[in-house]
Design a protein around this ligand. Sequence first.
Ligand code: ZN
Length: 447
Amino acid sequence: MLARAVAGEAGVPFFSVSGSDFMEMFVGVGASRVRDLFATARKQSPAIVFIDEIDSIGRKRGAGVGGGHDEREQTLNQMLNEMDGFDPTEGVVVIAATNRPDVLDPALLRPGRFDRQIVVPLPDLDERLPILQVHSKDKPLDPSVDLAMVARGTPGMSGADLANLVNESALHAVRRHSVTIGMEDFENARDRVLMGQQRDTMVLMDDERERIAFHESGHALLAYVLDKTDPLHKITIIPRGMALGVTMTLPEEDRHIMSRQHLEDSLCMRMGGRVAELLVYGDLSTGAADDLQRNTELARRMVREWGMSKEIGPMAWGSNNQVFLGEDLMHTRDYSDHTSQIIDDEVERILREQEARAIEVITLHRRGLESLTRALLESETIDGETAAHLIDEAHGEPVHAQGTKTVSALNGVAKPSATPEGPAPAAAPVAPVPAAPTWQPPTLPAV
Ligand code: ZN
């Protein structure tokens, strides 16, 4: 879209190809296509050439499992040749896009080739609002719809996600025979995008339902009681998508960095389901598999990447989840067996500490847990505010002093408040811990 906008502003012809269009079975075909493309652009100059997914041809040469790839290398070489052959006065500008700048061949990025980079991150709060406005421009919105509130409830969504959200809302409005799109349609569409379609046909046994209610109440209780977790938004035991129940928290503001305390509280909160089951039934179920997996991954990153363990200290080894390139495969482990053992021990220590903490908090608020579970079994979905009220009531006094912990609601209950960590300094963005489904069957990928 950016490349097309540039061409539109400049008022010149626009040639758009995808990197994978060059890839053919026969060696040399891709290279000749590159030649043709650039020849055409030169003839039409001034012009803009846009190559999408440049990484499919521009990958580092010599990398990859199973030896070289003649066709790709020839195509890439041809492209480098063409770009070097430009006369500065020729008036052809080449723009390319990729999601994997890290795998590009360094030769592509040299001066005179793709030497300027524009990073397009996910839109933040202020940017999501105009994106929503653009996509809902021609749609009949109900006057009650507050797009700013919708923007606040959709952290981490890309422009395409937001467009999809607006379309889903329109579909939902049609399905309930409404001529305008209301706030409930947006809320429903967002739940659908984030958590999957509601499954009306799924029949749960009563004891399963109760167990799920305790599990989700465990998460929700910790989300409310702990200081640094994101505000509690909604708890439901209606099966959605792959999840049998969901506890949702929403950040008040977009997070760019996360403090260690925030991470620890997230770990603790995700232990809540398992711990609640353990305390109530005295045994465990398969329902916490996804919680455990995500917690382990997060704890591992705290130790390996963010220097958050005393034993390992200020050392980092990067992420180990990008091994699909042959090159990375050979560099995944550059520490000793001894260090590897310490990392495992530290991960275990962090997880056990947070489990112990979850047990402590839930034991203290056992009456709140039971009150939440009863409410869930009765009405299936409760919002953050109701949950907070129930926990406070069972506790005998407010758990948090007035205004120190808000609950988050899409329909405008919570007031935006400053992030607890203060203004975020410019730092490498950290992938946010997704606030979504917490109860999933073990073998499925996270939503
Ligand atoms: Zn869970």
